[in-house]
Design a protein around this ligand. Structure first.
Ligand code: UD1
Length: 429
C-alpha cells in the first residue's frame, strides 16, 4: 500500500489550483440518471470516489466519455465528462459497488423517480459514525414510495410514480436533501422540503437540475419547493470549486507560514472558515483569481469552534483545524455536532506530540511549541489530510500510511503541496 512521506519545516509559497468539489460532482453525476439525454459536467475532479461512482453508474447503463485535453489546458484543470443514461438497464446497486462509498446510495432517488423502482445496498464509506439512512427512507415514503429493508438492501417501489409531498427533515442531512430534491423533480405535483440542507453543493445540484428542465426554488434556504415535470433534458454544467479543499490548503499555509494563492477558490463558499482563520491570525485576502492566504511571523491564536451544518463551520474541516490548533498559543476547544465518531485523528496527532484531551464530542487542544515527525495512520478522508498538515509543520519525517483515504477526496495532493515548496512524496509499494 502507498505511503506519503512528509519532511516538515518548509514554508509554503506559490499557487495551488483548487479542483472541482467532490461533494458536488458526486450528486451531479447521479443526476444524470434522471434524463435520457446527456449531462455534460465540466471541472470534474480526478478522484477515487468519482471513479467508483462511474463504475456504479455504468452498471445501471450509463455511458460516459471523458473529453481529451484541449489546447491550453493544464493537468490540474478538471475533466469534462459526458454522461448518458439513455436507457437504464439495471435498477439494482449491488453491495460490492455501494460498500465503498456512502454517496453511491444516493442513486436510489433518481432510479425511483425515473424507473419507479430501485434496490440499493445499504452504504459504506468513511467509518465516522453509524450514518443511518432513515431520513432518505422517510422522505421517499412521504412521496408515496413503498420501502422495505431486506438482507442489507433497501428495496423501493413507486408503481405509478412518485407523488409530490410536504416533508420536514427532523435533522439536516446533505445526502437526504440531494436525494429528495432529485426524486421530486419527476414526481407529480409539488414537493416542499423543509429543514433542507443549505450547503453550496445543494445549490449547485439545484442549478444543474434547473438547467435540465426541473422547476426548483429555494435551494440554499431551508425550504426547497420543487414542481414535478414529466421529463428532464440534457444540460451542461460546471462543478463548483471545492470549499473543503480550499479550507484545507488555507490551513496548511496557516500551519507552515508563507504565502499561497488558492486559484479558483470562491471565498463566499467558506466565509465562516475564513473568519475563524482571520481571528487565528492568518491573513486572508480575496482577489480576482481566488484567495490569497499568508502568515508571516506572528504566532497563531487559539480559537474555539463548533461544527454545524452550512453556513456553520464544516465538519469536513474539523480535523484540519485541530491540526492547526495543536501549534496555536493557548488552549482551544472543538465541539463536533455532526458525526459522533469523528475524532479518530486525535490519537494520531498525539503521536506527533500534540496535546489533545477528549470528552465525548468535545476536544480540548493545548498548543505545543513543536511537533515531531512520526509514523501515523490515515483513518478517514479528512482525518488523513490533517496528518499531512501536521507533518508539514513537524520537525523531521512523518510517514502517513493507508493513503487510499486521501485519494478518495484530494486530487494530486503531493503535486499541489510540493509545487509550493513542501517536501512530500508518495512511496508506492
Ligand atoms: C455529506 C458529505 C460529507 C459531510 C457531510 C456533513 C458528500 C458526498 N458527503 O455527507 O463530506 O461530512 O455531508 O456535512 O457530500 N443522518 C441520519 N439519517 C440519515 C442521513 C443522515 O441520521 O438518513 C445523520 C448522519 O448520521 C449525520 C448527519 O445526519 O450525523 C449529517 O449527515 P449528512 O448530512 O447526511 O452527511 P452525508 O450527506 O452522508
Amino acid at each position: 500500500m502507498d505511503q506519503i512521506v512528509v519532511t516538515g519545516g518548509q514554508r509554503l509559497n506559490g499557487t495551488i489550483k483548487i479542483s472541482g468539489a467532490k461533494n458536488a460532482a458526486l450528486p451531479l453525476m447521479i443526476a444524470s440518471l434522471l434524463s435520457e439525454e446527456p449531462l455534460v459536467l465540466e471541472n470534474v475532479p480526478d478522484l477515487a470516489d468519482v471513479n467508483s461512482l462511474i463504475r456504479i453508474l455504468t452498471n445501471h447503463g450509463v455511458d460516459h466519455r471523458v473529453d481529451g485535453k484541449r489546447r491550453g489546458q493544464m493537468d490540474m484543470d478538471g475533466r469534462t465528462i459526458h454522461f448518458s443514461a439513455q436507457e437504464i438497464v439495471d435498477t439494482v446497486a449491488p453491495y460490492e459497488l455501494v460498500a465503498k462509498m456512502r454517496a453511491s446510495f444516493w442513486v436510489i432517488g433518481p432510479l425511483l423517480a425515473r424507473m419507479h423502482e430501485a434496490k440499493v445496498s445499504l452504504p459504506g464509506g468513511c467509518a465516522i459514525g453509524t450514518r443511518p439512512v432513515d431520513l432518505f427512507i422517510a422522505s421517499l415514503e412521504a412521496m408515496g414510495a413503498d420501502i422495505t429493508v431486506d438482507a442489507g438492501y433497501v428495496i423501493a417501489k413507486a408503481s405509478g410514480g412518485l407523488k409530490g409531498a410536504e416533508y420536514e427533515f427532523p435533522k439536516v442531512s446533505v445526502g437526504a436533501t440531494h436525494v429528495a430534491m432529485m426524486a421530486a423533480t419527476l414526481a407529480s405535483g409539488q414537493t416542499v422540503l423543509k429543514n433542507a440542507a443549505r450547503e453550496p453543493e445543494v445549490v449547485d445540484l439545484a442549478t444543474c437540475l434547473t438547467s435540465m428542465g426541473a422547476r426548483i426554488s429555494g435551494a440554499g434556504t431551508s425550504t426547497i419547493v420543487i414542481n414535478g415535470v414529466e421529463k428532464l433534458h440534457g444540460a451542461r454544467h460546471r462543478v463548483l470549486p471545492d470549499r473543503i479543499e480550499t479550507g484545507t490548503y488555507a490551513m496548511a499555509v496557516a500551519m507552515t507560514g508563507g504565502e499561497v494563492l488558492l486559484k479558483g477558490a470562491e471565498p463566499g463558499l467558506l466565509q465562516e472558515v475564513l473568519d475563524v482563520l482571520t481571528k487565528a491570525g492568518v491573513a486572508i485576502e480575496p482577489v480576482n483569481e481566488g484567495i490569497r492566504v499568508s502568515r508571516n511571523g506572528a504566532n497563531l491564536k487559539a480559537i474555539d469552534i463548533v461544527t454545524d451544518p452550512y453556513p456553520g463551520f464544516p465538519t469536513d474541516l474539523q480535523a484540519q483545524f485541530m491540526a492547526l490548533m495543536t501549534k496555536a498559543d493557548g488552549v482551544s476547544s472543538i465541539q463536533e455536532t455532526i458525526f459522533e465518531n469523528r475524532f479518530m485523528h486525535v490519537q494520531e496527532l498525539a503521536r506527533l506530540g500534540a496535546n489533545i484531551s477528549l470528552d465525548g464530542q468535545n476536544a480540548k487542544i493545548t498548543g505545543v511549541s513543536e511537533l515531531t515527525g512520526a509514523p501515523v495512520m490515515a483513518t478517514d478522508l479528512r482525518a488523513s489530510v490533517s496528518l499531512v498538515i501536521a507533518g508539514l509543520a513537524a520537525t523531521g519525517k512523518t510517514t502517513v500510511s493507508r493513503v487510499y483515504h486521501l485519494d478518495r477526496g484530494f486530487e494530486r495532493l503531493e503535486q499541489k503541496l510540493s509545487g509550493c515548496g513542501a517536501q512530500i512524496e508518495r512511496i508506492s509499494s
